[in-house]
Design a binder for this molecule. Structure first.
Ligand SMILES: Cc1ncc(COP(=O)(O)O)c(C=O)c1O
Length: 368
């Protein structure tokens, strides 16, 4: 059998970081040093914000962002339902209530009308997601947020390099949170980044990231029950080397996505991801929607057997037991449930070859 075509393949190379790793190890300075500082500086400049704060993951960046935005236990936070459950989990973890919002039919981004309907006097924040790096309507989100005085925390886990209406994801308002998991656009193994233009929010997040302490005459004064969400210097060195390739990696992904869209255009039963007319996405994943009469789970099993790794797009949080105690039942958010059940994520990575794309398409068509 031919080699398996994996869902993702991170573009990392030892040679690109060898010198930096030697420098870091020989210095003995392994955390919170100049590589972290530089990575934060380069990332902030790329996104177009004043502050970027490294973390151990997007999940911990979201957790910090919620706390630094003063979201309190018992508050209601509007959040996209169709997402990796880290988004809703972080809201629940601080004792707030995730109020799940449906996605637009045929698109995976937040339905703003559903969000507006769900605002109550207890709503204090909104967490839109840029699904698979497709930018949400952040202008609409910010308008809704400002008319109700809500904090905005953008889950931009998959969206480094995406923009809408000329503004990068993560630079709109409040805070943006990015992931550097190996299936994302750039990777540091595990890792994340919080971006913001708000100096106070940034200061609170930095403090909470490191145990809630501030410098005192001797040692630290602990002002909050904070965390250790610090990234290491070696991860930051890897992140910096990835930033150098980001523009090229995004161009490669968009080329692969365009190739898929061309080859799948006339395949019946397969709805292609819609490009965002007001901006540019990243194609962190290339996700199609299969007609309701196609058994998506069978397609995943059969394509895998034929050497092509596929999976679902992402999850409808409301349909999972972890969210049942918020009184959700499967089907309460119909577009999101349909997206969970009928979406199919195809392999995509920057250095994917044309013959690999062709093989994926052939295997998919043969197994619909
Ligand atoms: C939309 C979204 N948010 C958050 C996360 C969590 O990212 P991390 O693994 O860096 O915590 C993911 C990961 O898949 C994601 O897709």
């Amino acid at each position: 059998m031919e080699d398996l075509i994996p869902l993702a393949r991170p573009d990392v190379s030892f040679d690109e970081v060898a010198e930096d790793i030697r420098t870091i190890l020989e210095s003995g300075w392994l955390t919170s040093g100049r590589y972290i500082e530089k990575f934060e500086e380069v990332f902030a400049a790329y996104v177009g914000v004043h502050h970027a704060i490294t973390t151990t993951s997007a999940t911990t960046a979201l957790h910090l962002a919620l706390e630094a935005s003063n979201v309190q236990p018992g508050d209601e936070v509007l959040v996209s339902d169709f997402t990796f459950p880290a988004s809703g989990n972080t809201i629940a973890q601080i004792g707030a209530i995730p109020v799940l919002v449906d996605c637009l039919p045929g698109r995976f981004t937040l339905d703003l009308e559903d969000a507006a309907r769900k605002v109550t006097s207890n709503t204090t924040a909104i967490m839109p997601v840029d699904p698979f790096g497709q930018p949400a309507d952040m202008k609409g989100v910010c308008d809704l947020a400002s008319s109700h005085g809500l904090a905005v925390i953008e889950d931009a886990a998959c969206a480094i390099g995406a923009q809408r209406d000329g503004t990068c994801c993560g630079a709109w308002a409040g805070a943006g949170c990015f992931s550097f998991h190996p299936r994302k656009i750039i990777t540091t193994g595990e890792g994340g980044m919080l971006t913001t233009n708000d100096a106070d929010l940034a200061a609170r997040a930095r403090k909470l990231r490191s145990h809630g302490g501030v410098s005192a005459v001797v040692g630290l004064e602990f002002q909050h029950n904070g965390y250790n969400y610090r990234m290491s210097e070696i991860q930051a060195a890897l992140g910096l080397s990835q930033m150098k390739k980001l523009t090229a990696m995004l161009a490669d992904r968009r080329r692969v996505a365009a190739d898929y869209s061309k080859q799948l255009a006339d395949v019946s039963g397969v709805a292609l991801p819609l490009d965002c007319e007001e901006g540019t996405g990243t194609y962190q994943s290339y996700v199609v929607l299969l007609d309701h009469d196609i058994d998506r789970d069978r397609v995943i099993a059969h394509t895998r057997k034929a050497g092509v790794e596929t999976t679902l797009g992402t999850y409808a949080m409301h349909s999972h037991p972890a969210f049942a105690h918020f009184a959700y039942r499967a089907g309460d958010l119909p577009n999101s449930l349909l997206a969970q059940n009928q979406s199919l994520s195809l392999p995509i990575y920057g250095n994917m070859q044309a013959d690999e794309v062709e093989r994926v398409v052939n295997v998919l068509v043969a197994n619909l």
